[in-house]
Design a protein around this ligand. Structure first.
Ligand code: ASP
Ligand code: MG
Length: 408
């Protein structure tokens, strides 16, 4: 008998009828002779609503309390789903993250899973029950509840699949899979049948919001195939796995974009050992997570240093950096919060020249100015004016002919 882990996102369990629909899908999987463990997100926009409620009480909610509050969203959906299954004649049991043995570190609101002690789940599965686990949460060494960061239920699901030795982790959402670009921007975007972990990780980290990047990372680490599909249709989704052919004609697999980019530049930075530490240590202490960093070649021992952050981190980053700039004798700090980024991703671009040139030419032909460029072995990212991101995505999709079927 196979063991399957399924995860249902917030929109898939947004109301009673959708919860019943999910229950029917779980039953169909069970009826095929599988053991099923299910992870759920909170119903619809519950998590956003709980966050906003906390902010109506105080500007800076205590993170321990906030995590307990947020964890209730997934408790609600898991219990309702178990009730739906029971009412349809199937034995099901809901478990909170802590009951399910999800052990995390103590970093409230962004905790990492340290271990999954799955004895309880295994016991329930052995009793032929369907197990419903509240996603996005776990328990710290001090027995406090911690959440895994927004979108964290995907990570719960893959961690569970790894620890239970599941055959597959199926992630059900409101889109039909992974597309060559966001179909809301590019109507001719194509659904991929499959994609490699490494490519998916780049797409997820650079703006594709279909699956959490940490879930993909875990999938790769434990070699768990992840299916991304819609809970609203029976159409095939996208399989994320390790055995994808690299030698495909269309060597860009997908385009990701992200509108949440702000840039800080420190001008006239003295170029001497220790300066980068003096700038980035205080930022780390203030919990500002930095994305891209670029330091210019120095002229007469003075240089400029640029980095990017998420837009909501900009005020905090500027506060820190202005103090540091004074301390190290830099000239001034300037910010730009109206940026976005667009990335092309594909393992095929490894060792194949010409991708960067084609990307830059495409943007140039659209009259789009590139502010910063970063690359990995399988990704090229350009940071550009946020208003031009949609045009850039459409033009790049066309330039790399992503609407065409891949030929193996
Ligand atoms: N409910 C949480 C969120 O909205 C976790 C999740 O949906 O994965 O971020
Ligand atoms: Mg959600």
């Amino acid at each position: 008998m196979a063991l399957i882990v399924q995860k249902y996102g917030g929109s898939s369990v947004a109301d009673a009828e959708r919860i019943r629909n999910v229950a029917r899908r779980i039953i169909a999987t069970k009826e095929k002779g599988n053991d099923v463990a299910v992870v759920v997100s909170a119903m619809g926009d519950t998590t956003d609503e709980l966050i906003s409620l906390a902010h109506q009480i105080t500007d800076e909610p205590d993170e321990r309390e906030l995590d307990v509050l947020l964890s209730t969203g997934e408790i609600v959906s898991s219990t309702l789903l178990a009730m739906a299954l029971n009412s349809m004649g199937y034995e099901a049991v809901s478990l909170s993250g802590s009951q399910a043995g999800i052990r995390t570190d103590s970093a409230y609101t962004r905790a990492r899973i340290l271990a999954v002690e799955s004895q309880r789940i295994v016991k329930e599965l052995e009793g032929d029950k369907i197990v419903i686990v509240a996603g996005f949460q776990g328990i710290t060494p001090d027995m406090d509840i911690a959440t895994l960061g927004r979108g964290g239920s995907d990570t719960t699901a893959v961690a569970l699949a790894a620890s239970l030795g599941a055959q597959i982790c199926e992630v059900y959402t409101d889109v039909e899979g992974i597309y060559t670009a966001d179909p809301r921007l590019v109507p001719e975007a194509r659904k991929l049948e499959e994609i490699g972990y490494d490519e998916m990780l780049e797409l997820a980290s650079y703006g594709s919001r279909v699956i959490h990047s940490r879930a993909v990372e875990l999938g790769e680490l434990y070699n768990i195939p992840i299916l991304v599909a819609s809970s609203f249709t029976e159409r095939p989704g996208t399989m994320i796995h390790g055995g994808v052919s690299m030698e495909v004609r269309n060597k860009v697999r997908g385009i990701a974009h992200d509108l949440d980019i702000a840039k800080v530049t420190i001008l006239g930075v003295p170029d001497r050992p220790g300066i980068a530490t003096q700038i980035f240590e205080p930022l780390a202490r203030e919990n500002v997570s930095i994305d891209t960093i670029v330091q210019n070649a120095s002229v007469e021992r003075v240089t400029d240093l640029t980095f990017t952050v998420a837009k909501n981190n900009l005020p905090r980053a500027m506060r820190v950096v202005e103090l540091v700039a004074q301390a190290i004798g830099a000239r001034e700090c300037v910010a730009n919060s109206k940026l976005g980024k667009v990335s092309i991703v594909g393992t095929g671009m490894q060792n194949a020249p010409g991708y960067a040139a084609r990307m830059f030419r495409t943007l140039y032909e659209q009259g789009i100015n590139i502010e910063l460029i970063t690359t990995s072995e399988i990704r090229i990212t350009c940071i550009i004016d946020e208003a031009r991101v949609p045009d850039a995505v459409v033009a790049l999709h066309r330039a790399f002919e992503l609407e065409k079927e891949e030929e193996q």
